[in-house]
Ligand binder design. Structure first.
Ligand code: ADP
Ligand code: ASP
Ligand code: MG
Length: 595
C-alpha cells in the first residue's frame, strides 16, 4: 500500500465545486488502495484578504497576531474538505498544524519546522481515514500558532511527505506543471517534464512562485519525489527529483523577482571582517541577501552592494546603518525600482558562453544591466523595473526556452561526475540523519579551487551591450569564465570582476584587452593566483546563518575576501592564493566536516 501526499493550493480549493473536485481526487486515490494525506491551502485569495484586513487595523500588526489571523484561512479549508470527503462516502479528519504536532521555532510569519509528530496521522491513516492537514502553519514551543511564510503550504506538504516517508508528494495547482518561466507572464513558456532539485531550488529562490523554495529543501534533504500537477486536468505535470544521469539542459528556466532593492555601503574600511559584520547584521534579522558585489578597495576604502527583497528594505537599511556605525565610517544608500532576472540550469557547469548569451540577448533589446552575479548553475542580473518583463521575455527567447532544450554533455571540465554526485548524496543523507531539527542547515562539503585567476575591469561604461561584448569575445576565444560580478559605480561607470581558469588567463587578457580598446577609460588588472572556497549544501542563502558563519570564520582567521557569490546550493568566496589552505581548514572546522 502506497502513501500519497496531495497538496491543493488556493485556486484549487477556491470555491465549493473546486473543493469537491479535490476531495474526489483524494477519495479516488484512497479507493485505489493508497493511504492519502491531503494538505490544503486557504481558499482563493483568502490570505491576501486577511492581510488587507489587518492593514485596516494597524500599520504595524504584531507578527504573533498575524499568524493567529492568517492560520484561520487554512482551518476553514480543511473543515470544508473533510465535509466534502464525507459526502463522497469516506472518512476524512481535518487537523490543524498544532493538532498534528508540527513544531516550529518562534519566528512568527517565517517560522521554520523543527519536528513533526507522525503518531496522530499514522493512527488516522491506519484506521482508513484520509488525513486533511492545514498547510502553512505550526505551533511553537509555547503553543503560539506560527506560519511558515507566504506560499508555505508546499513546505508543509513536502515536510509531511518526508516524515511519513511518502511514496510521492503531489502538488496540485493552477498550471500544468513547472514551466521554463511563469507562463502567465511569458505565454510561450514551455512545460518541463522533469527538473532537478537544485534547479528548482534556485528557480524558486530566485522568484519562480510555483513552489515555495523551502519545500524543495525538504524534498532534496529527505529524498521526497515531488510532482507538480494541474488540479483541473489529468496531466502528468513535472517531476522534481535528483539530477538525471542523462545530458542536462544548459538553461532550464528563467525567473523574476520584480520587487528587489539594492543597498550600497560605501566608503567603508577595506579589511577582514567587513563582510562578516554585514552578514551577521542581516542574519540577526533573517534577511536573505543576494547579489553581493564588493568594489575593489583603493586607499583602504571599499564598498559593498547587495540586493534584498523590497519588502525587507526598511529593516535592511536599519541593519546596514548599524553595521556602518560599528565600522566607524561609511554611508548607506539604496536603490529601488529594480528587478532581478535569473537564468538557471545545471548544464551551465560544463558549458562556456552561457552568460555571454544572456547579456547579448539583453543588449539586443536595449536593456542596461545594473548588477551581475553568477553562481555555478545560475546567472542573475539587476535591471530597471520598467524593463523587467522585456528582460524576462528576452532572456527566455535568447535561450530558446520555448523549444526542446539544448543539452550539455555531463563529464567535461569542471563537471560534477555522476559518481561524485552520488558520493555527495550519501554524505548528505548521513548529515541529514544527524540534524537536531528538521529545517537545520545542511552543509555537506567545502571545496578549495586553486586553478583560477581573477580579472578586474574598472570604469566600464554603463551601456547596454558592454558585458555582452566582453564575455562573447572571451567565450569565442574558448576562455572558461567562472564567477562574474558587476556593480554600477558612480558617474555611469561599472566595475566588473570575473574568474577564469588560470590556464586561460593569458589568452583572456589578450582577447579582453582588445575589446577594451574602444573604451579609453577602462583599467584592466588581474591576479594570477587566487583561491576559491565553496561551501556546498542545501538552502544556504535563505538560511541566513550560513553566510554569517562562513564570513565570520574567515574574518576570525584574518582572511580578506575579494569576491563572493551566493546561491542555495553553494556559497563561494575568492581569497588570495596563500590563504587558500588556511581558509579550507577553518571552514572545515566551522561546519564540523572532517578532511
Ligand atoms: P498555489 O496556490 O497552487 O500554491 P501559486 O500561485 O503559489 O499556486 O503557484 C502557481 C503559479 O506560479 C502559477 O499560476 C504561475 O503563474 C506561477 N509561476 C511562476 N513561475 C512559474 C513556473 N516557472 N512554472 C509554472 N508556474 C509558475
Ligand atoms: N495560504 C498561504 C498563502 O497564501 C499559504 C499557501 O497558500 O501556500 O501564502
Ligand atoms: Mg503556492
Amino acid at each position: 500500500m502506497a502513501l500519497i501526499v496531495q497538496k491543493f493550493g488556493g485556486t484549487s480549493v477556491a470555491d465549493a465545486e473546486k473543493i469537491k473536485a479535490a476531495a474526489r481526487r483524494a477519495v479516488e486515490a484512497h479507493r485505489a488502495g493508497n493511504q492519502v494525506v491531503m494538505v490544503v491551502s486557504a481558499r482563493g485569495k483568502k490570505t491576501d484578504e486577511l492581510v488587507a484586513l489587518a492593514a485596516e487595523m494597524t500599520d504595524d500588526p504584531p507578527a504573533r497576531e498575524m499568524d493567529m489571523l492568517l492560520s484561520t484561512g487554512e482551518q476553514e479549508s480543511v473543515a470544508l474538505m473533510a465535509m466534502a470527503v464525507r459526502e463522497l462516502g469516506e472518512v476524512g479528519i481535518s487537523l490543524t498544524g498544532a493538532q498534528i504536532g508540527i513544531r516550529t521555532d518562534s519566528s512568527h510569519t517565517k517560522a521554520r519546522i523543527q519536528e513533526i509528530s507522525t503518531e496522530r496521522m499514522r493512527n488516522a491513516l491506519d484506521s482508513g481515514q484520509i488525513v486533511i492537514a492545514a498547510g502553512f502553519q505550526g505551533v511553537d514551543p509555547d503553543f503560539n500558532i506560527t506560519t511558515l511564510g507566504r506560499g508555505g503550504s508546499d513546505t508543509t506538504a513536502a515536510a509531511l511527505a518526508a516524515v511519513l516517508e511518502a511514496d510521492v508528494c503531489e502538488i496540485y495547482t493552477d498550471v500544468e506543471g513547472v514551466f521554463s518561466t511563469d507562463p502567465r507572464v511569458v505565454p510561450n513558456a514551455r512545460k518541463t517534464n522533469r527538473i532537478s532539485y537544485d534547479e528548482m531550488l534556485e528557480l524558486a529562490s530566485m522568484g519562480a512562485g510555483v513552489m515555495h523554495s523551502r519545500s524543495i529543501e525538504f524534498a532534496k534533504k529527505y529524498g521526497v519525489h515531488l510532482r507538480v500537477r494541474p488540479s483541473y486536468a489529468d496531466g502528468e505535470g513535472t517531476l522534481i527529483a535528483p539530477e538525471s544521469e542523462e545530458d542536462a539542459p544548459v538553461v532550464t528556466g528563467v525567473a523574476l523577482v520584480k520587487s528587489e532593492a539594492r543597498v550600497t555601503l560605501s566608503d567603508i574600511p577595506d579589511r577582514p571582517g567587513v563582510m562578516s559584520l554585514i552578514f551577521t547584521k542581516m542574519a540577526a534579522r533573517k534577511i536573505p541577501i543576494d547579489m553581493v558585489v564588493q568594489d575593489v578597495g583603493s586607499g583602504g576604502i571599499a564598498g559593498v552592494s547587495f540586493t534584498v527583497p523590497e519588502s525587507d528594505l526598511a529593516e535592511t537599511l536599519t541593519a546596514a546603518q548599524d553595521a556602518v556605525d560599528e565600522l566607524g565610517s561609511g554611508c548607506v544608500r539604496s536603490g529601488t525600482n529594480v528587478s532581478k532576472v535569473s537564468a538557471v540550469g545545471v548544464g551551465m557547469r560544463t558549458h562556456t558562453g552561457v552568460a555571454a548569451q544572456m547579456f547579448m540577448a539583453l543588449a539586443d533589446s536595449g536593456v542596461s544591466i545594473g548588477m551581475i552575479t553568477t553562481s555555478d548553475i545560475k546567472i542573475s542580473v539587476l535591471v530597471d523595473r520598467d524593463d523587467c518583463e522585456t528582460s524576462l521575455n528576452t532572456v527566455h527567447d535568447g535561450f530558446a526556452l520555448d523549444q526542446v532544450p539544448n543539452c550539455a554533455p555531463i563529464g567535461q571540465d569542471n563537471a560534477d561526475t555522476p559518481t561524485a554526485a552520488t558520493a555527495r548524496e550519501d554524505l548528505q543523507s548521513d548529515i541529514v540523519r544527524r540534524l537536531a531539527s528538521m529545517e537545520d542547515i545542511v552543509v555537506s562539503e567545502v571545496q578549495l579551487d586553486t586553478e583560477q585567476s581573477r580579472v578586474t575591469i574598472r570604469n566600464v561604461p554603463d551601456d547596454p551591450g558592454v558585458a555582452a561584448k566582453i564575455f562573447t569575445a572571451a567565450a569565442n576565444g574558448g576562455v572558461m569564465v567562472d564567477m562574474i560580478v558587476q556593480n554600477i559605480g558612480t558617474s555611469d561607470q561599472a566595475h566588473l570582476s570575473f574568474t577564469v581558469l588560470r590556464k586561460h588567463l593569458d589568452n583572456c587578457i589578450e582577447i579582453v584587452g582588445k575589446v577594451l580598446e574602444q573604451w579609453s577609460e577602462t583599467e584592466l588588472s588581474f591576479d594570477r593566483d587566487i583561491a576559491k572556497l565553496s561551501v556546498m549544501g542545501i538552502g544556504l542563502r535563505s538560511h541566513t546563518g550560513v553566510g554569517e558563519k562562513m564570513f565570520k570564520a574567515l574574518a576570525d582567521t584574518d582572511i580578506n575576501i575579494e569576491m563572493i557569490n551566493t546561491s542555495e546550493i553553494r556559497m563561494s568566496a575568492v581569497v588570495s592564493a596563500d590563504a587558500g589552505d588556511r581558509a579550507l581548514q577553518c571552514l572545515h572546522g566551522t561546519f564540523g566536516l572532517s578532511d
